[in-house]
Ligand binder design. Sequence first.
Ligand SMILES: [Zn+2]
Length: 250
Amino acid sequence: MEKELQWKTKTIDEHYIYYDDLEIPYEVIRSKRKSLAIAISIGGNVTIKIPWQATKADVIRLLETKRDWIYHSYKKQVVRTRNGIEVKEGASIPFLDKAFRLHIQHNSSKNVADIAVQEDIVLIETPVVDSDFIIECLETWYKKNAKHVITMRAEQYAKAMGVSYGKISIRSQKSRWGSCSSLGNLNFNWHLIMMPSNILDYVVVHELAHRIEMNHSAQFWQIVSEFCPAYKQRKAWLKEKGMSYELLTK
Ligand SMILES: [Zn+2]
């Protein structure tokens, strides 16, 4: 009951923030709370939650101090939702340093979908022509290849770096490219197989370097730079483009 009353007394205003090349809409929600907070959702909705007694100057001060964070988070969220890969006949399907052309062939006599690579074409023979189903097929195919390639690269780099590791798992985490557990198990995001090979290698080196330094200290980056001298560019690339590899239906 109390919750419902509180909801009804909330007020919502819409405003815009101007940052260089961007016009970012945001809404201010006043409610019974103690501090100011900013949230940016997937899709780029910016919400500023403020207590009843907060003034416009408080909001402006918050926006100023969080300026860079808002700008980058907003861009990332918007890029993520707008720059995916539209899965349809003839689509360009990125795979390491090349791209395949997607060819979808309906075959009602099949029970399961088959996926095969023929030169520069990825051919999916499928009993159902449905975007979500095709995406599932592609995802399975990407994951299988990601496991194969990443396992191979990890073996090579681990040898060169003189480190060991446990199991390698391929995951679908939204915003993490890789992780290394305290037991030395390595997790990698399957989307890496779509990206240039030097990006995949950077993430492999990064996670293996955690087998020596379980942090992001200067020593850690020193190790990374030995095996991936251009790691700063790779990091920047991932930050800018990493989110644009979602498979989308249209
Ligand atoms: Zn790390």
